[in-house]
Design a protein around this ligand. Sequence first.
Ligand code: UGA
Length: 458
Amino acid sequence: MKVAIIGAGFVGLTLGAILSSTKHEVFCLDIDNEKINTIKKGKSYFYEPGLDEFIEKGINSGKLVPTLSYKQAITDAEVIFLTLGTPSNADGSLNLEFIYKAIDQINPYLNNNAIVAIKSTVPVGTCRQVQTIINNKHKGVKVVSCPEFLAEASAVYDTLNMDRIVIGSDYPEARKKVASIMEDIDKLAAKIGIDSYSEYTALYKKKESFIRKDFSKRLLLMSLESAELVKVSANSFLATKISFANFIAQLAEQMGADINDVLAAIGMDSRIGRSNLYAGLGWGGSCFPKDVSGLIASAKSVGVDAGILEAVTSINNQQIDLVVSKVNELSKQKKISSIAVLGLSFKPGTSDIRYSPPLTLIKKLLDSDYQVRAFDPKAIPEVSSQFVHARLELANSAYDAANGSDLLILATEWPEFLDLDYKRIKTLMKQTQIIDARNRLDKQKLQEIGFSYYGIGR
Ligand code: UGA
């Protein structure tokens, strides 16, 4: 089957590359010439574990065709996936400009039997609106909502190991066709085995927890509106879980409890679960911030009180300020001039710095006149091209960042930061204090080495 994918971002490129390893021919369109040229060379333009292998395979087999041309991508395509970004508007609602522009662009080339499957995160009602626009020209085209649940840094793993496949449409035959494509990915995944692409999943998920149940048991067919609401509410719930963990961390800190012990115990209740229950700097990235504010805006538009999500956002904003106040407190005791920050990406396993809590923290530290020496295994090029400040130095390694600093902050829990030679770090630093803003370091071991250790809620 000829499949087109519009938008070669994290979702589109991962889906396209993996799908090209099945029987389908995939045309992956983006409007950015540079991105398309990189993909044509068999690699990704962003860091995502395991993805290059699939892109290279697809390019070599000729089944993955990167293109700038709507005509080439859409003509005779049976299914067109829209995987475009939906950033935030100033009022918090989701901006659908890219979606509607793409509809205008694909409309002239659509075949009357085509299916348009929307994977982008959109407010409830968008797919029906798109259906109306397209049906003005092509009565036979059917729109499907097919939300994506992959997370960055485990995009390949998540695409191959779908815990549920949600498909919304008014048309049973359209749902069936999109489901059959997803089932082809599922079959490919069963053939490959889940261990191959699990490098970074252990950070939040236990790979063992994925049990490949029958595809039909994971396939959930519903209306367009229900499928759209699944996506935004899933992300908002995950953000709520993290903010709840951070709220309890604030309490633990005031009450002399250790949040890691508390969350480990709470998480063992199978009704609650351990995932997304880690306290720290709070949630960021390209999805949670915009989806939570998007759902708040949607709720308001239909007259439903969104207080729960407003509280979730407010706790999230407090987490970074709490770390800044800890730094200021320490500096009052003994002046802190230079701070080493380990981690710039919004989470480990990615070079993505969109809405990155570590970066917001750094900006606040710079505003408070501290000198910052930061290091990240992957995100240095992104930061150096987007953010320059006289008092921010980007270091060559974690040790280089620590050199001469008065305080070290663990801001992103990259696995390599957890295994550093902290005895060596101690010899490099001027003052030996650590703020573990992700609660992932071994507190006891660091204290034995001679560090003053401060966590979040510990
Ligand atoms: C998120 C969802 O997890 C995906 O299911 C969804 O498909 C995706 O958004 C999307 O809408 O496209 P992602 O943004 O890649 O994926 O990142 P997550 O791994 O969910 O992490 C989000 C943020 O929460 C990060 O800043 C992370 O550091 C933070 N986090 C996560 C915590 O602070 N504590 C936790 O326990 C878990």
